[in-house]
Design a protein around this ligand. Structure first.
Ligand SMILES: [Zn+2]
Length: 232
């Protein structure tokens, strides 16, 4: 009996150690949001790599036409070059997010470079709008635990996406439309782009996607609104 009890104690101890170890591991996992846990039909449209002249302007006018809000993850150096465009995004009530200053892959640069990339973008946006952004998207979707922890320390939630339109690769408008219409669910974060110097199929696709999703009961909110009060 004494022997059984010893083994039982030993196995309980091992179980306890395993549980503590896995809890520590979970804690160390990068905190990135891919979608919301909401069961409501709320979604967030996000636009990366702008602002640009043509694409951002066209997208803004479509969003205005339907009276909906979105999130723009802008590149700092583009923002510095075109403060007027940033102001028009902000004044229309959309959310501005930080996408680094030079579109740097954050897991591949030093801690100092990462901090500079984020702070410089933040400074440009604060200069133009007076508001510090609170959402960040890692360029290319590349990240590691260390870089995401650093971003979090600077006051940002890191946002990925749950539906990638791959609009930057210039697919046919119809293929973006059917992908979004076929796959969108409540809580989704949709990834689009408003890149410079490219006539993207994005505005034409949005003209079809937005009314379709509205007719199907979807509400469009900013990323911060979508994730409000949610832990990872
Ligand atoms: Zn990007």
């Amino acid at each position: 009996m004494g022997r059984v009890s010893f083994f039982r104690k030993a196995s309980l101890l091992i179980l306890a150690i395993t549980l503590v170890f896995s809890a520590v591991q979970l804690r160390a996992e990068a905190s990135v949001y891919r979608k919301s846990k909401t069961e409501e039909k709320k979604i967030a449209l996000t636009f990366d790599d702008g602002p640009s002249k043509q694409n951002t302007r066209e997208i803004l006018s479509i969003l205005e036409e339907y009276g909906i809000k979105a999130t723009f993850f802008v590149i700092g150096e583009n923002a510095r070059r075109d403060p007027e465009r940033i102001r028009s995004i902000f004044d229309a009530g959309h959310e501005l997010g930080n996408h680094t200053y030079t579109h740097a892959y954050i897991s591949k640069i030093s801690d100092e470079a990462l901090e500079r990339e984020i702070r410089e973008t933040e400074n440009v946006l604060v200069e133009i709008t007076g508001v510090k952004p609170v959402v960040f998207r890692p360029p290319g979707g590349y990240y590691d635990d260390h870089s995401i922890a650093a971003v979090e320390k600077m006051g940002y939630k890191s946002i990925l996406w749950s539906l990638d339109t791959r609009d930057w690769s210039m697919p046919k408008t119809e293929s973006i439309v059917s992908k979004v219409e076929g796959r969108t669910q409540g809580g989704d974060i949709l990834l689009f782009h408003d890149l410079e110097d490219k006539r993207l199929p994005t505005p034409a696709a949005l003209k079809k996607i937005i009314p379709y999703l509205m007719e199907n009961g979807y509400e469009f909110v900013t990323v911060s609104e979508l994730l409000e009060g949610e832990a990872i």
